[in-house]
Design a protein around this ligand. Structure first.
Ligand SMILES: NC(=O)c1ccc[n+]([C@@H]2O[C@H](COP(=O)([O-])OP(=O)(O)OC[C@H]3O[C@@H](n4cnc5c(N)ncnc54)[C@H](OP(=O)(O)O)[C@@H]3O)[C@@H](O)[C@H]2O)c1
Length: 234
């Protein structure tokens, strides 16, 4: 595939290395300095991958839909604008896959947490909580992944609120803990990202899946579709 990148920070650089390693070509890279060139340079790319800043996401969705280039949206902190993004994609016949977390393992973790929440439903002695930790440069808090986990817990438990604690320090690629705590014991479920490689692999997988499609998809649905058809993902 010929790919374009939006953003060229820590995550986009790992995505670039992963894509090149998998035999794909990087045709263009856009940051705030050359964002105005995107409409002219995007046509001819098979897909674009965005790991930039929340404030630029809608512009990237618009320019990709206008150029007919499918977009893998990995930036976090823009979920309040999801309806506007969907309108842009649908009005212009674009294609978009989005996720706060492109790690396949995290999506398995979501399912484990959903099942745990079901098991704790009605067990009022247990309080659920979420702790997440990321590197000091991450801008949004709580993380998009923590917000998805919170939503899963609220739906599964069908009661109360779930507190989320965020830590921003050092170089931590991303750790999420979900706990169920009572007077007598605690159950802790943990997902630890070892590097950004898993996010990059998921984003490139999503780009491959999206090329030639239209519409707006969550990565969770894409994974289900891939697993149902191919069984082996990574
Ligand atoms: N979905 C996932 O799996 C996943 C995993 C990890 C991280 N993320 C998210 O990915 C995003 C980027 O993370 P990061 O660690 O790579 O951040 P980063 O190192 O700070 O990089 C951000 C990049 O965005 C660029 N940028 C800023 N304004 C822009 C604009 N208007 N148009 C295009 N590019 C622009 C910056 O370059 P200039 O300032 O030079 O323009 C920089 O290259 C964050 O939202 C993070 O939470 C998602």
């Amino acid at each position: 595939m010929k790919l374009a990148l939006f953003g060229f920070g820590q995550m986009a650089r790992v995505a670039e290395a992963h894509a090149r390693g998998a035999g794909h070509q990087i045709g263009a890279v856009f940051t705030s300095r050359n964002a105005a060139d995107a409409a002219r340079l995007l046509p001819g790319h098979d897909a674009a991958i965005d790991f930039s800043v929340p404030g630029a996401v809608l512009a990237h969705v618009e320019v990709c839909a206008g150029a007919g280039v499918p977009l893998v949206e990995g930036t976090t902190g823009w979920h309040g604008q999801e309806a506007a993004a969907r309108r842009l994609v649908e009005d212009r016949g674009g294609a978009l896959v989005h996720a706060a977390n492109f790690s396949v393992g995290v999506h398995v973790f979501y399912r484990i947490v959903a099942r745990a929440a079901e098991l704790f439903r009605g067990l009022d002695a247990y309080d659920a909580f979420i702790e997440e930790a990321h590197h000091a440069r991450k801008r949004d808090a709580p993380s998009g992944t923590a917000l998805v986990l919170k939503d899963i817990l609220l739906r599964g438990l069908a009661r109360g609120d779930v507190p989320v604690a965020s830590t921003r320090a050092g170089q931590i690629p991303g750790t999420h803990r979900v706990g169920f705590d009572s007077a007598g014991d605690q159950i802790l479920l943990v997902h630890t990202a070892r590097s950004r490689e898993a996010f990059a692999a998921g984003a490139v997988l999503a780009a491959r899946w999206l090329a030639g499609r239209r519409g707006m998809y969550a990565f969770a649905d894409v994974l289900e579709n891939i697993l149902a058809s191919e069984r082996t993902v990574l």
